[in-house]
Design a protein around this ligand. Structure first.
Ligand code: AQP
Length: 338
């Protein structure tokens, strides 16, 4: 079975964008791939995280993933910092990747903003850590959203350069798994901005933790435009909010966007929002209820992560030991636990 590595940052509550763009697809991949699902806490700290919140978010993201259908018995669920091999391989990749490659990364430019001098070195080197996440397990497939495509290309370049530099055929070429509908969910307050955990307005996103009332309220208050709904996707131009809400409906209903436009085209937003809210509540509240149940037992969630960590380390250790040998790092002690 081909191996998949997927990551999510514990930077806040998971939201509908994470669900439709990533997690729902991860769950669907579980029958066809051997999966490593990683809560990437080392990536999270590339921007400031309150330590207590980071710990709490790591647990709640684990609970959310389990509630959404991640099967931690068949697959591996763990948090990145517990497998030190990630940071170690990332350092080796810091020495393989070229500055010019990182300088081209658009996400760094977006996240660092105008005050680039004040961004952390970790934020700049983030793509090298992402390459290490994947290659530490010799994963061959990575489910990615549009926003991560450039980082994945870089991971491929790093694998290739490592193999060339050391004259080995060690790291596999990574293939992206790109999904269709629902890959990019936008803010409920601004159809041009991505739905995001770190956006200050709670009204911009539907969280996994939202109950039925909160979901209905957020959809009811979602930004719209004054026109009736488009009857075809071709009419989405200059109507980002309509495109977003109808796209969310299509993704939640597993329906074709054209069919959704045909059904609601010409109707008012108010009637459509009612149906969208009902659908979102039907799909999301069972996940929320299960998440609440899991969060009431943090020791159980920690236990799941501990078991996953053990299994992740068991895969990573021999791969990292081979990397040491290839690079020529003298091993004078018995292979240590990574
Ligand atoms: N709005 C979105 N639409 C579709 N997919 C999304 N993802 C995130 N937001 C959307 C996908 O979810 C996976 C995990 O993302 P992440 O938490 O690791 O990082 P992110 O993309 O930076 O997510 P956020 O919510 O925007 O977090 P912050 O605010 O902390 O930066 C990824 O596969 C991502 O594509």
């Amino acid at each position: 079975m081909a191996r998949i590595f997927s990551g999510v940052q514990p930077t806040g509550d998971l939201h509908l964008g994470n669900y439709l763009g990533a997690i729902r697809n991860w769950v669907r991949l579980q029958d066809d791939y051997e999966c490593l699902f990683c809560i990437v806490d080392l990536h999270a700290i590339t921007v400031w995280q309150d330590p207590k919140e980071l710990t709490a978010n790591t647990r709640s993201v684990a609970a959310a993933l389990l509630a959404a259908g991640v099967d931690a018995k068949r697959h591996i669920l763990f948090n990145q910092s517990q497998v030190p091999g990630h940071a170690e391989l990332a350092w080796i990749f810091n020495c393989v990747a070229r500055l010019g490659w990182l300088n081209r990364m658009t996400q760094f430019k977006e996240k660092a903003g105008k005050n680039r001098e004040n961004a952390s070195v970790g934020l700049y080197a983030y793509p090298n850590l992402m390459a290490a996440d994947i290659l530490l397990y010799k994963a061959t497939h990575v489910p990615v959203g549009d926003d991560q495509k450039q980082h994945l290309e870089l991971a491929r370049d790093i694998a290739q350069k490592f193999n060339n530099d050391f004259g080995v055929d060690f790291f596999p070429m990574i293939e992206p798994l790109i999904f269709g509908a629902g890959t990019r969910v936008m803010s409920l307050r601004d159809g041009k901005a991505k739905m995001s955990k770190s956006e200050p307005s709670e009204m911009s996103r539907i969280n996994f933790t939202d109950d039925a009332d909160a979901i209905a309220r957020k959809i009811q208050k979602a930004k719209t435009d004054p026109h009736p709904l488009p009857a075809a996707p071709a009419e989405f131009k200059d109507r980002p909010e309509a495109a977003n809400l109808m796209g969310i409906y299509a993704a939640l209903a597993d329906a074709d966007i054209g069919a959704v436009c045909q059904r609601f085209g010409g109707k008012q937003f108010s009637a459509f929002k009612k149906e969208l809210a009902e659908l979102a509540i039907a799909k999301l509240t069972p996940i929320r209820d299960e998440m609440v149940r899991l969060m009431a037992d943090p020791a159980h969630v920690d236990g799941v992560l501990a078991a996953g960590t053990k299994r992740a380390r068991a895969i990573a250790e021999p791969i990292l030991a081979e990397v040491h040998d290839i690079v020529g790092l003298l091993r004078v002690c018995a292979p240590r636990k990574c």
